[in-house]
Design a protein around this ligand. Structure first.
Ligand SMILES: [Zn+2]
Length: 245
């Protein structure tokens, strides 16, 4: 499995200033090619890295916040060659489709299927299987994901008991938005990320989706410090980084 970081920025200020890109993740595994959380500018990042989006099998949206789905519509058009080829699938929570939808109605019949994600459910895209977590604690309907035992993707959430277990895998990608935990901001902070890594003990933990406070604290320094203290390898993702799992 190959994972490319099409962006490492999270939350509004980092995305607005584009201090890092906000294109989400791209997974290639066997015959499967999947785009995860194509945020604002994702299309630019995919083009820059010469990914042929007409070969994309699926787009997966963890939740409807713009930093996770800003480019979902243009990505659907790219995947379906402007709607002329009925192909590919879109997976997203129901509230990305219902009132105040982030997926425009005119292109919903372009993909072969639009799948409404359910909690703790297995899905398969061209041989790549993945499972949703229970619903995360976030302002909107949000899921995390496990791709078998190989990859866990801990998306936006407040910390909850079981979050480590539900994403436990050889490699775990963790959205680290805040340095300090703050009541009323349902995002993972540094203490939460540390607790998840301690509990799940992956071979490798990768931090990404940095909020401004994390960015200012230098993610690579945070990762080095965690590696030393936890005895688990922790990496800070950077734009364009490729991970072979
Ligand atoms: Zn969010």
């Amino acid at each position: 499995m190959k994972v490319t970081f099409m962006g490492t920025a999270g939350a509004r200020f980092m995305v607005a200033k584009q201090l890092a890109a906000s294109g989400g993740l791209y997974i290639e595994d066997g015959d499967a090619r999947v785009s995860l959380d194509p945020g604002p500018g994702a299309i630019v990042q995919y083009a820059k890295r010469k990914v042929d989006l007409t070969k994309l099998d699926a787009i997966v949206i963890s939740h409807r916040h713009l930093d996770h789905c800003g480019d979902v519509n243009v990505m659907v058009e790219a995947m379906t060659e402007g709607g002329f080829r009925h192909r590919g699938r879109l997976f997203c929570p129901s509230d990305a489709l219902d009132d105040d939808p982030v997926v425009l109605r005119y292109l919903r019949n372009f993909p072969e299927e639009v799948v409404r994600l359910q909690p703790e459910t297995d899905y398969n895209v061209n041989g790549l299987s993945f499972t949703t977590s229970p619903r995360h604690r976030h302002q909107v309907e949000t899921f995390g994901f496990r791709f078998g035992d190989r990859l866990g993707w801990v998306t936006d959430s407040e910390y909850y008991d079981g979050i480590a277990e539900h994403h436990r895998a050889e490699v775990m990608i963790i959205h680290l938005v805040l340095m300090q935990c703050r009541a009323g901001l349902p995002h993972l902070c540094l203490d939460d990320a540390e607790r998840i890594i301690r509990d799940a003990k992956p071979r490798l933990a990768v931090l990404t989706h940095y909020g401004m406070t994390v960015w200012r604290a230098h993610p690579w320094e945070i990762a080095a410090d965690l590696t030393q203290r936890l005895g688990t390898e922790v990496k800070a993702a950077r734009d364009g980084m490729v991970l072979e799992i």
